[in-house]
Design a protein around this ligand. Structure first.
Ligand code: CMC
Length: 430
């Protein structure tokens, strides 16, 4: 097959190289297009734009395949843990026993926030959204640890920065939850592993430690693992965008949190539960809502459905749905929202509107129901996504940092505004 694409433009033929990825994906390389032809490409929403070459995560949206560093998500979900998957994403290979122990120790050594950061939490109103606090506090870290401001730290320093970010994101997240509920802060326990420690900081009280049920710890660890990376989604692309200007890791991660917050991206997990609650409250069995979601004028969408890349069942949603059933049955919880979600899914998968558009449940459709079962409040759902996505952001930041040829991201536009507008003095304006 040819590795050259031919483009005929204004009577001239231009040759453009074709790049083939290791999984056979093909891309027309247009980096010289403007220089050669004076034209740029137009791709609103970047649906057809490859912004980088990456070795971290592979998705085949048609087949519903997701792999971290070549390992299928199903296998990682079954056999691995969040911390091990984080190591894999950041370092490119599964850790040996010694490497994993060292990585875990680094996470423990970096779990405490600078003590003065505690006072920063006091400044937020009690009803502040935890995503706003998370983003602000991650960015504020560079005030407390000026060493983090280095944009291209050497590998040993980078390891420490990455461990600090990965470890402290969970401390910041739980502190913001405690603050918003008027509860005293609970410090991390060095003897606890990553996810258990997060649950401890969220739910222990001053007099009694939270009971860490293995199935609860495992369910949350799985949620973190399944969110750990997803190639060039909105927030990861944002992290890379900011990293391309050589901003520091913490500034990039704070930007990632902001991009993740929106309901079309990570905020969908909160929006799904709010949607299911609305349906439940209104006494609808889901059928009225499905009709509204198909009506473009209703302002409603079936949240947790559809994906830019997946035109098949999101493999993460499959794993989460199964885990959700298992967890609720083990904990003897019966959640009416799960019944509504299942009915919605069944109805949507038979409805020509959803079938024709290839809209399937995505990762956010069932994750909220697991989080409700774990007593995580709805406004914390997207924070949980952010904690999970941190290894992916760090790995993508590292990929940019390690590439000596990386350039600043700077897309072009097609200007459609006014030309030659005169400046009208204030008194003459209407
Ligand atoms: N409910 C109803 N219609 C939908 C939905 C939905 N959830 N998603 C897409 N559509 C329709 C859309 O109206 C459009 O119809 P038409 O062709 O008639 O104009 C068609 O399907 C294509 O949709 P699109 O908005 O052009 O697709 P996109 O790739 O720009 O957006 C999406 C992808 C995920 C933002 C969108 O599917 C959506 O808004 N889903 C609900 C929000 C959600 O669950 N987001 C989480 C995504 S997965 C987690 C993550 O990675 O962030």
């Amino acid at each position: 097959m040819s590795d050259i694409a031919k483009l005929e433009l204004e009577g001239q033929v231009y040759e453009l190289p074709v790049i083939t990825g290791t999984e056979g994906e093909k891309a027309v390389d247009i980096t010289q297009l403007r220089a050669k032809t004076g034209h740029i490409t137009m791709d609103d929403g970047y649906g057809n734009t490859g912004s980088c070459q990456s070795k971290i995560t592979f998705i085949d949206g048609e087949k519903g395949i997701l792999q971290y560093r070549g390992i299928p998500i199903e296998e990682l979900a079954e056999k691995s843990s969040f911390v091990e998957a984080a190591y894999l994403l950041i370092n490119g290979h599964l850790p040996s026993r010694t490497e994993l122990r060292r990585f875990s120790d680094m996470l423990t050594q970096n779990e405490n926030l600078h003590e003065d950061m505690k006072y920063q939490f006091e400044g937020f109103p009690s009803n502040a959204h935890p995503m706003a606090i998370l983003s602000a506090m991650i960015n504020a870290s560079s005030c407390f640890y000026p060493g983090l401001m280095v944009n291209r730290p050497n590998p040993a320093r980078f390891e420490v920065h990455a461990a600090r970010l990965l470890s402290q994101v969970r401390t910041i997240a739980s502190f913001s939850y405690r603050k918003s509920h008027g509860l005293p802060i609970i410090y991390p326990k060095p003897s606890y592993k990553y996810t258990a420690n997060f649950l401890h900081m969220m739910f222990s009280d001053v007099y009694q430690d939270y009971e860490l049920k293995p199935e609860v710890v495992r369910a949350l660890d799985l949620i973190f693992l399944l969110h750990a990376d997803h190639e060039q989604n909105c927030s990861t692309a944002t992290v890379r965008m900011v990293a391309s200007s050589q901003a520091n890791l913490f500034a990039c991660a704070a930007a990632g949190v902001c991009a993740l917050w929106g309901p079309l991206h990570g905020g969908a997990n909160q929006a799904v539960i709010e949607m299911l609650e609305d349906i439940h409250r209104s006494g609808d069995d889901g059928s009225k809502f499905i009709n509204a979601a198909k009506d473009k004028n209703s302002g409603k969408r079936l949240m947790g459905f559809g994906h830019r890349v997946y035109k098949n069942y999101d493999p993460r949603a499959k794993i989460i749905k199964k885990a959700c059933d298992q967890l609720l049955s083990t904990l003897h919880i019966s959640d009416p929202l799960l019944d509504i979600a299942k009915k919605l899914e069944e109805a949507a998968l038979q409805d020509s509107y959803f079938v024709e558009r290839k809209l399937y449940p995505n990762v956010d459709f069932y994750s909220g129901i697991i989080m409700r079962a774990l007593n995580i409040p709805t406004e914390m759902f997207t924070v949980i996504f952010a904690i999970g996505r941190m290894p992916g952001w760090i790995a993508n930041f590292k990929e940019i940092m390690d590439d000596p040829k990386s350039r600043i991201y700077r897309p072009r536009q097609v200007y459609m505004g006014a030309t030659q507008n005169p400046f009208i003095p204030m008194d003459e304006r209407k």
